[in-house]
Design a protein around this ligand. Structure first.
Ligand SMILES: [Zn+2]
Length: 240
């Protein structure tokens, strides 16, 4: 079995996917899994990847899933332009994404969560997929995969709160409790970030009140504007 065996950061994965040739019949759906075992504790990076390769080869499979998502990054396994083997009935034209760990009792967390959401979002954008194109293994199997704690409601809400923005904002969001500086700048390169804590209230507020249209791929600049606007409103309310 040929595997790619490379571990990429979200930014490297975004660049990889941007330039990647997805074949004459590109994937039109994603299927989400969890490894269950290895667990996050027993996962050991490249050694685990080699172990999985051996495991699939013993089963006589010519391919496996396409991606393994771990704390250290996004592992490229089987090539995404070819059908993998991960979900009986859904292997054709799908990308199989394994999130390392057991998620029957808890949702994704830490870098694993950021890497999983980022990889899904980047592939959705590149392949023009919508939420209806995201499948769970358990949709077509008696398994609980990708874990009972992971629901589509939760996943789609998390994906909707993921914004694509500029590298400068990495600085701004690193401190999740401090407000953004008044003179933040912009550049052309985009990175993936979640909505920072300081902007969540404001973004929720304007979304609920339909004051602005918030799109999935919107720039987090809006969050900064929302934040300022929201604070202005709050100050006005105090005065009254
Ligand atoms: Zn599965």
């Amino acid at each position: 079995m040929e595997i790619i065996n490379r571990c990429l950061s979200i930014e490297e994965f975004r660049q990889y996917v941007k330039e990647y040739y997805f074949g004459s019949e590109p994937a039109n759906k994603l299927v989400i899994h969890h490894t269950w075992k290895p667990t996050t504790d027993s996962w050991d990076g490249e050694r685990s990847i080699q172990g999985l390769k051996n495991y699939y080869e013993k089963k006589g499979w010519p391919a496996g899933p396409h991606l393994f998502i771990a704390e250290e990054g996004i592992w490229l396994f089987s090539p995404m332009r070819k059908d993998g083997i991960h979900t009986a009935g859904l292997n054709h034209c799908s990308i199989g994404i394994e999130v390392v760990g057991d998620y029957d009792n808890e949702v994704w967390s830490g870098n694993t969560k950021t890497n999983a959401l980022g990889a899904i979002k980047i592939l959705m954008d590149r392949l023009n997929l919508t939420f209806k194109d995201i499948y769970f293994h358990r949709d077509v199997s008696s398994k609980t995969c990708p874990g009972l704690a992971i629901t589509k409601e939760w996943l789609f809400s998390e994906l909707s709160n993921l914004y694509i923005s500029k590298p400068e904002f990495k600085q701004v969001i690193r401190n999740t409790t401090a407000p953004p500086p008044a003179d933040f700048s912009q550049s052309d390169e985009m990175v993936l970030i979640p909505v920072p804590d300081w902007a969540k209230d404001a973004v929720d507020f304007v979304a609920k009140n339909k004051l602005f249209k918030i799109r999935v791929a919107e720039d987090v600049r809006h969050a900064v504007r929302f934040y300022r606007f929201y604070n202005l409103l709050k100050e006005e309310q105090k005065k009254q």
